[in-house]
Design a protein around this ligand. Sequence first.
Ligand SMILES: [Zn+2]
Length: 250
Amino acid sequence: MSNSNSALGLSRRRLFGLGGGVAATLAVGASAASATTNTTGGTTHLPSHGRRRPRTADEAWTALRAGNDRFVRGDLRHPHQSVERREDLADGQDPFATVLACADSRVPPEIVFDQGLGDLFTVRSAGEVLDDAVIGSIEYAVEHLHTPLVLVLGHSGCGAVQAAVDLVHNGAELHDSISYLAHSIEAGVLRTPRVGSDAEYLRACVEEQARSAARTLRERSAIVRHLVDGSGVRVVSGVYDLETGRVDRL
Ligand SMILES: [Zn+2]
């Protein structure tokens, strides 16, 4: 990423930040309304449009927790998905959290946390495996977009972690880049005590992989480490349950 692009990103963010502040101020008077019917008969949710962006790691987690609670209950707001929001974001972004999640189709962060356009800077790779592209993407989010929270999100029944378990314990033959993924997770599997049922062991390996990815991110990225030490950025991990929809912090 060139310096000129970075400067442009910061400049746009500053401009967008001003716009967001105005929008938040203007929305105060409408905050009592829960929703209004649009011309196509659907609903447009007004309050979330003007809601203040979380600025600290604690605020960011609170917003994610609240969104996941809504998802678990089936009480979704689908915030920030209007035409107005889309147009607001055309000149810049100001996401409040970075989420590194597995690429599994059942774990889309924007849906399981009930967020919308511009809310989450999402990076996904099978098994939350870190490589330079993943780490560079996260560095961009924390350094230039100033997301205060990085969440590494594993999930129950993860096929990538299962492949690493099969590699370690069953000598499974894996080919090409699938092998790279499994070998990247292998060390975490070897660290995990093999107790309980197969499902319990896989869950323990999933938790270890999410913790390990969060730890490795801090170790490998001087930028992330610097912001964790000096600017209140936090790197945390969690696991999503495919059946209940709930995300638990580790
Ligand atoms: Zn997975």
